[in-house]
Design a binder for this molecule. Structure first.
Ligand SMILES: Nc1ncnc2c1ncn2[C@@H]1O[C@H](COP(=O)(O)OP(=O)(O)O)[C@@H](O)[C@H]1O
Ligand SMILES: [Mg+2]
Length: 213
């Protein structure tokens, strides 16, 4: 499903140059559950944003279902991302002035409200759909963000330290949601420092200084 060929990502900040990804090549099969590990600064977020069609590499290709993602126009790539990829962040990134239902339907531009309600119900938030995010616990916020990631039934879920702000109980719950999605045929790539996802992982990839070890 995914082929990453020799990707280099260099950040230029004034005089400094940082090689965040240094010739990364990687294949991910449909239906795989992949865990990515590595020290802080090793390039995990850069790799995940690249896989998420959100960050132009300096060089190299990213092929997803035969599409060369970074040769698409910006609009094409936005549509491609909304249709195929769900992204979950450590800090949730919910919009504070929208209700849970409205947050979940951001990727559908307000459509598919019934599907959003169904997802929020399944994730135990059925009573909260008209609430704003501030009233929620961290675990509830992350479940709302996962519902938003799932609303378009994407083939791929990417999650960047999704349990970094959660207690052990909510950590297990989030990983179990990913596992259910995976059992239904979904492809999952999770960046995590913990070992909670290891028992579901088909593969664990280690990054060090922008390279796969
Ligand atoms: N927007 C940016 N501008 C400049 N340097 C960045 C930027 N984002 C990340 N970096 C640098 O790239 C390297 C990899 O960062 P990152 O991908 O966030 O690693 P990780 O997620 O593993 O902590 C780090 O040295 C970081 O400081
Ligand atoms: Mg990171």
């Amino acid at each position: 499903m995914i082929q990453v060929n020799n990707i280099i990502k260099t950040y230029n900040t004034g005089e400094q140059q940082v090689n965040a990804l240094d010739k990364v090549s990687l294949k991910i099969n449909r239906g795989e559950f992949v865990v990515i590990r590595g020290a802080s600064g090793s390039g995990k977020t850069t790799l995940l944003l690249t896989l998420g069609a959100m960050l132009n590499p300096t060089s190299g290709d990213y092929i997803f279902n035969g599409n060369n993602v970074y040769s698409m126009s910006g609009n094409e790539r936005n549509r491609f991302r909304a249709k195929n990829i769900g992204f979950v962040f450590q800090m949730f990134h919910l919009l504070p002035y929208l209700t849970l239902l409205e947050n979940v339907t951001i990727p559908t531009f307000g459509k598919n409200r019934e599907q959003a309600k169904k997802l929020l119900n399944e994730l135990g938030l059925g009573e909260r759909i008209t609430h704003k995010p501030f009233a929620l616990s961290a675990g509830e916020k992350q479940r709302t963000a996962i519902a938003r990631a799932l609303i378009n039934s994407p083939e791929l879920i990417l999650a960047d330290e999704p349990t970094g702000n959660l207690d052990p109980e909510n950590t297990d719950e989030v990983i179990n949601i990913f596992s259910r999605y995976h059992k239904q045929g979904g492809t999952v790539v999770v960046v995590t420092h913990g070992t909670e996802a290891d028992k579901f992982a088909d593969r664990i990839i280690s990054l060090k200084n922008g390279r796969i070890e």
